[in-house]
Design a binder for this molecule. Structure first.
Ligand code: CA
Ligand code: CA
Ligand code: CA
Ligand code: CA
Length: 257
């Protein structure tokens, strides 16, 4: 009994720091620009961010460097993670996910960002979408080099998805960026991605994730900003429309007899 009680407390604690509700695209498009810096206020707490959770990526005890992120497809990105309320991507050398709500580098818009490290092998974020009854599901966002320090890493990024809530992820076509950052002492490089996959249409449990890997040398912070997921209603099949029109015509003819 006691074990059961502890287990249920742990389950509640695990769910309390993240919102993994699948956003209903039938109810409207999804967007997150991070400009509300009150969504993330405490470390490792994503509960204020609807349908997105960030992870540390502590997934490989061997701490390899320069791994192509398209080769990491396992379900887990490790522990829920965010370093809240940060202001200086040049001097913050921690790995994982951080919220930069301001920056010493200008111009700047608040955003979350990823940084690989010996601990953070595959840091990333996961979006939880419900595309029931939807088609042409499209994911857009900007990768932004926030890091104006002397670091100049080859910062690879991959976009992946899975449907149904279990199993490995799948790479999204066009979702691999060989190096999202520039340097040394450069920031602001922006890579805009607009992606889709036929498998996303109608998927009630659609997980979309963006990950980087621990680069050789010091990693650079890569922002993931201006996230938008759009879709369209599945159109009524033409045959059904024709059938409806036919039945209506039949009913009218009967009435007029
Ligand atoms: Ca922003
Ligand atoms: Ca904040
Ligand atoms: Ca840079
Ligand atoms: Ca590194």
């Amino acid at each position: 009994m006691r074990i059961l009680a502890i287990a249920s407390i742990l389950a509640v604690a695990g769910a309390a720091n993240a919102d993994m509700t699948f956003h209903s695209l039938a109810g409207g498009d999804f967007s997150q620009d991070w400009n509300n810096t009150g969504l993330i206020t405490a470390n490792d707490n994503w509960s204020g961010v609807l349908s997105i959770t960030g992870y540390l990526g502590d997934t490989n005890a061997g701490s390899p460097t320069g791994v192509n992120p398209t080769t990491y497809l396992l379900p887990s990105l490790g522990a829920v993670d965010v370093i809240a309320n940060q202001t200086n991507p040049n001097t913050n050398t921690s790995g994982g996910v951080a919220e930069f709500q301001s920056s010493v580098n200008s111009p700047f818009s608040p955003t979350i960002a990823l940084n690989g490290s010996g601990t953070a092998d595959t840091p990333g974020i996961v979006l939880f979408m419900d595309a029931t009854g939807r088609t042409n599901v499209n994911l857009r966002f900007d990768l932004i080099d926030l890091d104006g320090s002397a670091d100049n890493s080859i910062q690879q990024v991959a976009v992946q998805y899975r449907v149904g809530g279990t199993g490995n992820f799948v790479n999204v076509t066009g979702g691999y960026v060989a190096d999202a950052t520039t340097g040394p002492n450069l920031f602001g490089n922006t890579t805009s991605l607009s992606l889709t996959d036929a498998a996303w249409a109608g998927a009630s449990s659609l997980e979309l994730r963006v990950i980087t890997t621990n680069a050789a040398g010091n990693d650079e912070w890569v922002g993931i900003d201006n996230i938008v997921v759009t879709s369209q209603a599945v159109p009524e099949p033409a045959s059904m429309i024709a059938l409806g029109a036919g039945l209506l015509a039949l009913a009218r003819r009967r009435r007029s007899k």
